[in-house]
Design a protein around this ligand. Structure first.
Ligand code: COA
Length: 171
């Protein structure tokens, strides 16, 4: 089925939080465990509103009527850092490897290029998230730094937090 990508609106708050909850429960590669995420609908609506207000955006990927992926961009609000944004991405497990993550990233990078004054896109990724790192490298992101043993799992194993960045080149 074809994937449709569109911007999220406040009215998507419920769908969006269900998606986040689902992916947090499916993956060990995100910062929160599923039970740690329990925003109210009002909180979620506020977050969507504030993201746009601060110059960021949220993309949703649909397969038919099902929400299968999302990507959110936060732009830094302080003047000295306002040329930088960061993003987070998630696709539901059953839809991995079908090109949805790549499609979301390409749409995001085009949007970022159209944003006045935006020069740098950053992200954080766990060092054991090889799939995601491969996707980011494929899109031109490069490692900038590494916080050693920043992530500790319940079984006592650790992962590093890698920061990566892409510098926007305009013609
Ligand atoms: C990371 C994630 C967003 C990728 O989404 P996706 O829709 O599966 O990615 P795509 O199908 O578009 O694949 C894009 C690229 O990812 C890499 N990739 C995908 N599946 C892979 C696999 N099994 N092994 C290695 N690389 C893989 C490849 O580079 C691939 O490009 P290619 O198809 O040209 O080879 C998705 O796995 C996800 O949501 N994971 C859980 C949450 C998460 O880790 N978010 C990121 C936190 S930093």
């Amino acid at each position: 089925m074809r994937t449709i990508i569109r911007f999220a609106a406040e009215a998507d708050a419920y769908k969006l939080s269900s998606h986040i909850k689902k992916t947090l429960n499916e993956t060990p590669f995100m910062i929160s465990e599923g039970h740690e995420y329990r925003p109210s609908l009002e909180n979620e609506e506020y977050w969507i509103r504030q993201t746009y207000k601060d110059g960021g955006m949220i993309l949703l990927a649909f397969s038919g009527k099902s929400l299968v992926g999302m990507l959110s961009v936060s732009r830094h609000v302080r003047i000295r850092r306002s040329h930088v944004c960061s993003f987070g991405i998630s696709v539901i497990k059953s839809q991995h490897g079908k090109g949805i993550g790549g499609q979301l990233m390409r749409t995001m990078m085009e949007w970022c290029t159209s944003q006045q004054g935006l020069e740098k896109i950053t992200l954080e990724v766990f060092s054991n998230n090889k799939k995601a790192i491969q996707l980011y490298e494929q899109m031109g992101f490069k490692e900038e730094g590494r916080m050693r043993n920043e992530i500790r799992y319940r079984d006592g194993t650790y992962a590093d937090m890698i920061t990566m960045a892409f510098f926007i080149k305009r013609k």
